[in-house]
Design a protein around this ligand. Structure first.
Ligand code: GLN
Ligand code: ZN
Length: 716
């Protein structure tokens, strides 16, 4: 059998984030978005040339789930009067709320959440997949349009069940695409990588029975990724779909599952053996041996990426500043396409490609930390603060001056000494402001941090930064995650000079501010040659050293932020407990060396906390602040039910909007809180850092917060 090659999807933003600029210009009423988009698509098709089958319809002006909403006519009522509702659904308009946004499985991409209402009228709008297919054809390329599968689309949305209507829209789409000459379509069903109920699996069967039985349609590839497919494999194998895509990187167990059903006969297996989500070169020997096994388990093998390359940067060749020993281990999207092609050649009798450079691993196992003394005991040694103590989450507004200073430092037009002087001046101002407002525990304001992960990544050994390694986070927003490639060590203190300086400017306690091990991993590309847990322990060890140095510099309150604790939670239930165990252990390793008298805070946000409540309690922090402003005061009860009886700071106002909460509404919120929490344990703080806010609303809100805390304090 001849082995063929493809990829599941490709980055959309362009080598220099051209899409971001074009979209933002379009919003500002400038430029020609369609022209830039067409050029990007053309380049993408050309770059994938060399694969046997090239995917199309992988482009998006904003988000592929939003595209699917348009394609199926599932536009919620509040947008239907608009002539072109596309960007209004993404961003809202005066008096029209946008669609909600949430994380795409366990990646750092975010999609817009479809809103279904039972009986919703669905109608096909097939212009986009058709146009992109035709664009490629004009270049002489026959492509396979990629569509979000109907089951995943339904399950990613909220509101009603509209699957039967969706199936009919997809059926019409497939018939039309076939008539337009399309020979194969990819239907992505990533929801199959998570646990699915019996009714959901029955729905899967219904969808692909119906679509498979259509008289005239393209061949169907049902593509799954981000994990193991489980019982869905047997169901899909029993339908008429012509090909099934499996992820052998995130779901190594797919191999056994495939063997268990006796392999795929009379269907093609699209084998994701090149990691679409991480930046490492493929271990060619391993990929080849996986494919060798797979050849015995199917009649037709297609080599592919584990998932869309959307999640990796575009081109390693753009990086000139990386150390050779790091660079030689990396592959971005363009390089991964070449890897897929090389594996295909080798399987067809060509030369076996050279393997990836092996990571110089010197695993420095770190011993588990001993537990701190019990909270009741150590609390006596900690700072004596009033009930309803007031504080903030860390960052103060990042002003234009701060950003300019950082840019000038990078450009070499500002000396390190001058930069430091400016940051100190900013700290002076933030400290003076907090004293004037009357906060109890102050912060230095984090002016020196570009980002809470990148800042530490730049100071730790074992981390590298890229210049052009952008990946789409959502819409026009891109991030450049640092690359954790080796053993993590801390060559020198990272935050101590700033914290110590801030403390020297006030008699009030200043809270030190660190990013926790899980968040450091979640927002980076992380080495895959050792378990994540081992890497987390190395980061934790570095933080532990930092905490010791902060203590030695006189800092008595230290916050270790873990906003991403929920984000690495595995998709399948049976893997969750193990993750939460190592995540909690890493936090405790980082903080467990703190003296009794050091008050350890942690902060969490962006999360549905339900599944991680017990883990939050197990972190054993002295104070936990959480994003609770948005109607989540019930979190206090949930935490107590999980056995948490330490300090708690439910965020009292939502910093994501510039609205200034009145002292009256904050007083009401605090009265409610003291009715269920011991005032000695209750902290008063905003629900997240203030870096995206401006000073006027920040100052006004903090003053109202302190007024409210004083009022309620007087009542108890
Ligand atoms: N300390 C960080 C800040 O205030 C926390 C940010 C976060 O929770 N995302 O900016
Ligand atoms: Zn936060």
């Amino acid at each position: 059998m001849r082995v063929t090659t493809t990829v599941a999807g490709y980055p959309r933003i362009g080598p220099n984030r051209e899409l971001k600029r074009a979209v933002e210009d379009h919003w500002a009423g400038r430029g020609d978005l369609e022209k830039t988009a067409a050029a990007l698509r053309r380049d993408t098709f050309r770059e994938m040339n060399g694969l046997d089958v090239i995917p199309s319809n992988t482009f998006s002006r904003y988000d592929h789930v939003l595209d699917t909403i348009v394609m199926t006519g599932a536009v919620p009522g509040r947008f239907r009067h608009l002539q072109d509702p596309y960007f209004t659904m993404a961003r809202g308009a005066d008096g029209i709320a946008p669609l909600e946004m949430t994380k795409w499985f366990d990646t750092n991409y975010h999609y817009l959440v479809p809103e279904f209402t039972p009986g919703m009228r669905l109608t096909l709008d097939w212009r986009k997949p058709l146009a992109e297919y035709r664009e490629a054809r004009e270049l002489g390329l026959e492509t396979r349009p990629v569509l979000l599968g109907p089951l995943s689309f339904q399950l990613l949305g909220k509101g009603g069940w509209v699957l039967d209507g969706l199936i009919e829209v997809y059926a019409e789409l497939l018939e039309r695409l076939a008539a337009a000459g399309v020979t194969e379509v990819q239907l992505d069903e990533p929801v199959l990588a998570a646990d699915r109920t019996e009714p959901e699996l029955a729905a899967l069967h219904r969808v692909y029975e119906r679509l498979g039985d259509l008289n005239s349609r393209p061949r169907l590839l049902v593509s799954t990724y981000f994990g193991e497919i489980g019982p869905a494999l047997g169901i899909l194998a029993g339908t008429r779909v012509e090909a099934i895509g499996l992820d052998f990187v995130a779901g190594p167990g797919n191999l056994d599952a495939l063997a268990a059903v006796g392999g795929l006969r009379e269907k093609a297996l699209v084998a994701g053996v090149v990691d679409g989500r991480n930046v490492w070169r493929t271990d060619m020997a391993k990929a080849m041996s996986t494919c060798a096994v797979l050849l015995g388990l199917c009649d037709r093998l297609v080599v592919s990426t584990s998932c869309s390359l959307l999640h990796v940067p575009l081109d390693l060749d753009l990086e000139t500043g990386l150390a050779p020993e790091v660079r030689s281990r990396l592959a971005f999207a363009r390089q991964k396409v070449a890897e897929v092609i090389a594996i295909g050649h080798a399987l067809n009798g060509g030369p076996v490609p050279a393997g990836a450079a092996i990571a110089p691993a010197h695993p420095r196992e770190v011993s588990p930390a001993s537990a701190r003394t019990p909270f009741e005991q150590r609390a006596k040694a900690q700072l004596d603060l009033p009930p309803l103590a007031t504080t903030t989450i860390g960052s103060f507004p990042q002003t234009a001056e701060i950003r300019q200073a950082r840019a000038a430092l990078r450009a070499g037009t500002l000396s390190p000494e001058e930069y430091e002087a400016r940051m100190r001046a900013e700290i002076d101002r933030v400290i003076a402001l907090q004293e004037d407002i009357g906060l109890d525990v102050l912060v230095h304001g984090e002016p020196e941090r570009n980002d809470m992960v990148q800042y530490f990544a730049e100071l730790l050994d074992g981390y590298a930064a890229t210049e052009h390694g952008w990946v789409q986070s959502y819409g026009s927003r891109c991030v450049r995650p640092p690359i954790l490639y080796g053993d993590i060590t801390r060559p020198q203190p990272m935050t101590v000079p700033w914290a110590a300086y801030a403390q020297s400017r006030t008699r009030k306690p200043v809270k030190g501010m660190l990013t926790g091990p899980v968040t450091m991993l979640a927002w980076s590309f992380v080495r895959d040659d050792q378990p994540l847990a081992a890497t987390a322990r190395q980061v934790a060890r570095a933080l532990r050293e930092e905490i010791a140095d902060l203590e030695a510099a006189g800092i008595r309150v230290i916050q270790v932020d873990e906003p991403a604790l929920r984000e690495l939670l595995p998709l399948r239930d049976d893997a969750k407990a193990e993750y939460l165990t190592w995540a909690v252990d890493a936090f405790r390793l980082a903080t467990g060396g703190a003296a009794d008298g050091t008050q350890i805070h942690t902060h969490m946000c962006y999360s549905e906390f339900g599944e991680i409540i017990d883990a939050i309690a197990d972190l054993d922090a002295d104070v936990t602040s959480v994003e609770a402003a948005r109607s989540r005061m019930e979190l206090l009860d949930e935490l107590r039910a999980a056995g948490y009886h330490r300090g708690i700071g439910p965020g009292v106002w939502d910093i994501h909007s510039p609205r200034v909460p009145s002292a009256e509404e904050l007083t009401t919120a605090l009265r409610r809180a003291v009715s269920s929490v011991d005032p000695a344990l209750l902290w008063v703080n905003p629900d997240c850092g203030l870096k995206t806010r401006a000073y006027p609303e920040t100052e006004a809100s903090l003053r109202n917060m302190v007024t409210a805390a004083q009022r309620v304090r007087a009542e108890i």
